[in-house]
Design a protein around this ligand. Sequence first.
Ligand code: PLP
Length: 428
Amino acid sequence: MSKSDQLFEQARQTIPGGVNSPVRAFNGVGGTPRFIDHADGAYLYDVDGQAYVDYIGSWGPMLLGHNHPAIKAAVIKAVEKGLSYGAPTEIEVLMAEKVRQIVPSMEQVRMVNSGTEATMSAIRLARGYTGRDKIVKFEGCYHGHADSLLVKAGSGALTLGQPNSPGVPADFAKHTLTCVFNDLDSVREAFIQYGNEIACIIVEPVAGNMNCIPPVPGFLEGLRAICDEFGSLLILDEVMTGFRVSLRGAQGHYNIEPDLTTLGKIIGAGMPVGAFGGKKKVMQHIAPTGPVYQAGTLSGNPVAMAAGLTMLELLLEPGLYEQLSAKTARVAEGLKAAATKHGIPLAITYVGGMFGFFFTEESDITRYEQVTRCDMERFKRFYHLMLEEGVYLAPSAYEAGFLSLAHGDKEIEHTLAAAERSFAKLAG
Ligand code: PLP
């Protein structure tokens, strides 16, 4: 029995499912999750001493690789001054200024402790600002686990939302309309029926929670136009895409100006941080300047700010995103070439530092329903073959993969050679 096996058994006694966030339990692929001892650069090291080239990067934050020396030094320096004060600090101001410098649509920024808090607060603000209750989200997009957002589409295209978790009151879910990602007609229909009741559209501009699905040309622009027409706010949930798809996130890459943006993951460099922000005239409605309540004992925590600010400063170095995109393209195209060589149909997607691969005959993946039709059994087998080869992919066919700048030739070559052997076994 491996040490991971032992720890998983032990963990399940005191932690539900043995994990503090469900996807870590490997339910999507079966088997025992690897318990991690430490991480460095592009690698994770498990408690049994096995090294893995990591394509999760703590689900996104590790854009510069694990254990980056400058970020570690900034954290240690901050820790020496105390862990939390519950009072304003200069570094919070510097952080807000840095975010606005990089993402100019975020004229004002409020720090929170997670992506969930960021989206939950942005939605409350959109509702408070517009005086409307309904929101529009997209099937397959994930925005954290706040009640309004754990909602699936009703059975008809335009029935009101239904909870997709027990514990979410149907009375809350009914305010959430769920449309089809990359299908503007479904959004227009929702607005024709409920337009002046809709506070906002919230969207992952590149969907990363249904594998990786970029927006089709015109989709984000269409959402912007519909929001303008009906006086609703456009919230780009850039918790995953922020500082990953480009320095200015997906809004920079696709040139879309949202009313509000939510950030997480990279903005904390691995510390528990999120943020939301946007137009000053909207942000002014948040307490204490406005009536929409939002708060946090540990928000703007000085240690987390030190990590995040150092990360953002490092990301300003010219040329980094060209490198990141080139590495991502090499991995995604390499996976496709290796699969094709062994007669395995595989579709790929990639933007900036995120990518997806799909075991399907279809070549152009733009819809959630296409993801649900993929060969999940093949994905699971491939996943475990790669894990045995020392490559750590997301343990679910519904998650995007992430690269870091620490992924060098050696790691990419190892990954593609491992993929080639794994596809050969799948084909055999
Ligand atoms: N929004 C998006 C797009 C996400 O991918 C996630 C998490 O993966 C969240 C929000 C929620 O963030 P957190 O897990 O930090 O609460």
